[in-house]
Design a protein around this ligand. Structure first.
Ligand code: PHE
Length: 357
């Protein structure tokens, strides 16, 4: 018994890995292991012999099992140490170079716009890009035969010939989110809705998919003066200049009355835009006071509430602010373009931290 004990404890001590340990376990205390076979001999012994050999064999078995368990956990500890050593990371190393991966100008500008309007109490609302023509047109006071429907270059979704429900459309503007937000939250309301919109159009300043941000404020005594202040504050913050001058030009949209297009005073010098000076005017958005029929369509009583709304092209103001000449390149996924015009991913735009460092 002493020999068995010495033999197996030594083998266990020198076992190199778990597989070797398992082989030792089988050879010693497995079903047909040496110790187990000895235990089977107990039956053939006299009671006196058995009284001595029985407890001794049991003690031997326990000792070998304990040694196996201790060695197993020592091997596991050593393996973990080895792994920690090989997977060691120096967390004090500097981060990767700024321009390894970049934020697309559309995302950047969306974040900037959101930060500015958040400061003025607007929250962000979203709606589906595929919408019914009721939300995209009718609810916005654009009935079936209104010329604005034709002017929008709408993409209609396919319907089976037997299906005479009105077709779904790819939304042509973010204005349908006005209706959805009014339905959902009622008045008072202060939201912006950034997102993709679609029109069948393609040239240097038009792509079939582009981005708008809608603004909507509904309250008991909202006027054009509030609209003007909000837009001026926005332009000052967005273009990062103290002097901005806006020009409100009478226009027409079915969903606002009165309607204005808003131009920004600027100058072009050597192909670069300067905001707030010069003799040029740049159109940046459409807006107006929400038409009573639109409030009604959103479930809001126009005798009690008024509101203003505006819609602005995100890609367009991104091109102006960052001097990007061709809109089509926005959606080409050309890595060289993305590296050149993209933004560092860790610089989140905030008003206090700087919008576009
Ligand atoms: N929806 C209009 C467009 O796409 C913009 C707009 C929005 C105008 C809200 C007035 C009020 O051109």
């Amino acid at each position: 018994m002493d020999e068995l004990k010495a033999k197996y404890l030594e083998q266990i001590a020198y076992a190199a890995d778990e597989a070797a340990l398992e082989a030792i376990r089988v050879a010693a205390v497995g079903k047909k292991g040496e110790v187990s076979l000895q235990m089977r001999q107990l039956g053939k012994m006299t009671p006196e012999e058995r009284q001595v050999a029985g407890p001794a064999l049991n003690a031997l078995k326990d000792e070998i099992n304990a040694a196996l368990a201790a060695k197993k956990s020592a091997l596991a500890d050593a393996a973990l140490d080895e792994r920690l050593k090989s997977e060691w990371l120096d967390v004090t190393l500097p981060t990767r170079a700024r321009r390894e991966g970049t934020i697309h100008p559309v995302s950047q500008v969306t974040e900037e716009v959101t930060a500015i309007f958040a400061e003025m109490g607007f929250s962000v609302a979203e709606g589906p890009r595929i919408d019914t023509d009721w939300y995209n047109f009718d609810a916005l006071n654009i009935p079936s035969h209104h010329p604005a429907r034709a002017e929008m270059d709408t993409f209609y979704m396919h319907r089976a010939e037997s299906d005479d429900r009105p077709p779904h459309v790819l939304r042509t503007h973010t204005s349908p989110v006005q209706i959805r937000s009014m339905e959902k939250s009622g008045a008072p309301l202060r939201i912006i809705c950034p997102g993709g919109v679609y029109r069948a159009d393609y040239d240097q300043t038009h792509t079939p998919m582009f981005h708008q941000v809608e603004g909507l404020a509904v309250d008991r005594d909202i006027s054009m003066a509030n609209l003007k202040w909000v837009l001026e504050e926005f332009c000052r913050a967005f273009f990062e200049v103290d002097n901005v001058e806006l020009r409100f030009r009478a226009s027409h949209f079915p969903f606002t009355e009165p309607s204005v297009e808003v131009d920004l005073r600027c100058s072009w010098q050597d192909g670069t835009l300067k905001v707030g000076e010069g003799d040029d005017w740049m159109e940046i958005l459409g807006s107006g006071m929400v038409h009573p029929k639109v409030l009604q369509a959103g479930g809001i009583d126009p005798d009690e509430w008024q509101g203003f709304a505006f819609g602005m092209g995100i890609d367009r103001i991104a091109m102006l602010k960052y001097g990007i000449p061709d809109l089509r390149a926005f959606f080409d996924s050309d890595l060289r373009w993305l590296r050149h015009y993209g933004f560092a991913s860790l610089d989140v735009p905030t008003l206090r931290g700087g919008l576009s460092r």
